[in-house]
Ligand binder design. Structure first.
Ligand code: UDP
Length: 467
């Protein structure tokens, strides 16, 4: 019976790249592990994609996931060029007042907009929402952080205070790679962009705060870590979608999918080079394009850059008609999960955002790694040099990847021996992924173990309540 299901709340940070993995986790808890979930969203204004993802989540979870939106905060005093991490943490901080009321009601089992669910037994929050920990500690509500990226990044963040002490100067200037426990050596310039400015306290502060709180709760020197995944979100099928119909008509493994996450944007010059390179490769392709942005590579992270303008208008003259039949361009957004699962897709040119990477692995699709922002350079390094499921086009010193290099990389992935080897290796990863997620697999069992804590109470939290 619905009311007997254990109930947890999930709190993602703003931005689709963080909403999607937490929605995937909610879906897994509701459809496989028998939970009800209240999915709490911070409102950042109109986001049709967010609305559609949440509607899809509720539909696939048959009412066992309900989403609640916190009131929109006034952010008009924040300068538009403020960094994404700062914008996110300010939004969260300002939402804490309304969150306190909602969590209190959910934890006491009082009726809320979510209706009939019983009291929550835990909160799962995005690490960007570190400030919520102050609040849940007060309420004595068991709280868990869902880390949405790689184990490598987690290890780096845990090790960062030591690195910051041992290494002076900016990481990008180092002439030796950074050693992070359990990880491959990482050239300083490939560390996340947020860590490149040693004066910037924000990413460091939120990472340290998470750790301090976890220690205070009784974990030893690092938080208890539960490895889960790769988790990807399954949204309902929309067979009427034009690009999926087009893919149905293409041969097996023949199409390169080109998409740079929810936020990725190029300069106008880079967009032109991309168009000419794809055209010259003579391969089939499906390209999600955005209006170019001259100064930010993540300009569409919170909302589309297009603002009613057609991104196709920025393509070289005659491009769309010249590629007719062989290529398809889609403005702003495409159903990436469905596309990567389509049998005609043979490669994925990606910014290596972690969701995109997992979606590629899940479907056994080899990649062209073209990192843009956040921790993506580390991801690209791992995919190309360590696991060998991706190749990397060469970027020139002026920051441009020119058309001949794009043409070379695309041909190499789609037609040559090297591409075949990458596909084989990705196939092996896909098989490993399937077994990790199946009943008895590592991910399935890890989620099951932590779910037990939400069903019956965690020993750490029971001790906390006695204090
Ligand atoms: N995505 C999509 N259609 C698009 C662009 C992105 O469905 O046109 C989805 C993609 O499937 C992935 C997420 O948005 O789940 C992007 O997350 P990722 O971590 O790859 O990158 P971010 O957007 O955080 O940079």
């Amino acid at each position: 019976m619905e009311t007997q299901r254990p109930h947890v709340a999930i709190f993602p940070s703003p931005g689709l790249g963080h909403l999607i993995p937490l929605a995937a986790f909610a879906q897994q808890l509701a459809t496989i592990h028998g939970f009800s979930v209240t999915f709490i969203n911070v409102s950042t204004g109109s986001s049709p994609m967010q609305d559609s993802i949440l509607a899809g989540l509720e539909q696939t979870c048959k009412g066992f996931v309900k989403s609640v939106e916190l009131p929109m905060m006034d952010m008009s005093d924040i300068p538009p060029d403020t960094g994404k991490v700062v914008q996110i943490s300010l939004t969260i901080r300002r939402s804490l007042g309304s969150l306190r009321g909602l969590l209190g009601d959910l934890f006491s089992g009082l009726p809320t907009a979510t209706g009939r669910f019983p009291a929550i037994s835990g909160l799962i929050a995005d690490p960007f929402c570190a400030d919520v920990i102050e609040l849940t500690h007060e309420l004595q509500l068991p709280t868990y952080l869902f880390f949405t990226s790689t184990a490598t990044l987690l290890s780096l963040m845990l090790h960062l205070p030591t690195l910051d002490q041992e290494i002076s100067g900016e990481y990008r200037d180092l002439d030796f790679p950074v050693q992070v426990p359990g990880c491959f050596p990482i050239p300083g310039k490939d560390l996340p962009e947020q860590l490149q400015d040693r004066e910037d306290e924000d990413p460091r502060a939120s990472s340290n705060k998470n750790l301090e709180r976890q220690e205070a709760w009784g974990a030893i020197s690092v938080p208890k870590i539960v490895p889960v995944g790769p988790l990807t979100l399954d949204l309902p099928d929309n067979p009427g979608e034009e690009c999926l119909k087009w893919l149905d008509e293409q041969p097996l493994n023949s199409v390169l999918f080109v998409c740079f996450g929810s936020g990725g944007t190029f300069t106008h010059e880079q967009m032109n080079e991309m168009a000419m390179g794809l055209e010259a490769s003579e391969q089939r392709f499906l390209w999600v394009i955005r209006k170019p942005h001259q100064t930010s590579s993540s300009a569409s992270f919170f909302s589309s850059t297009s603002n009613g303008e057609d991104p196709l208008a920025f393509l070289p003259l005659g491009f769309v008609s010249r590629i007719q039949g062989r290529g398809l361009v889609i403005p702003d957004w495409a159903p990436q999960g469905r596309i990567l699962a389509h049998s005609s897709i043979g490669g994925f040119m990606s910014h290596c955002g972690w969701n995109s990477t997992l979606e590629s692995v899940k479907n056994g699709v080899p990649m062209i790694a073209w990192p843009l922002y956040a921790e993506q350079r580390m991801n690209a390094l791992m995919l190309a040099n360590e696991i060998k499921v991706a190749l990397r086009p060469k970027m020139e010193d002026d920051g441009i990847v020119y058309k001949h290099e794009i043409e070379r990389a695309v041909r190499c992935l789609m037609e040559e021996e090297e591409g075949k080897l990458l596909r084989e290796k990705m196939g092996e990863l896909k098989t490993a992924t399937d077994s990790a997620l199946a009943k008895g697999g590592t991910s399935y069992e890890s989620v099951n173990d932590v779910a037990e804590e939400w069903r019956f109470g965690s020993p750490i939290w029971k001790d906390m309540k006695k204090v």
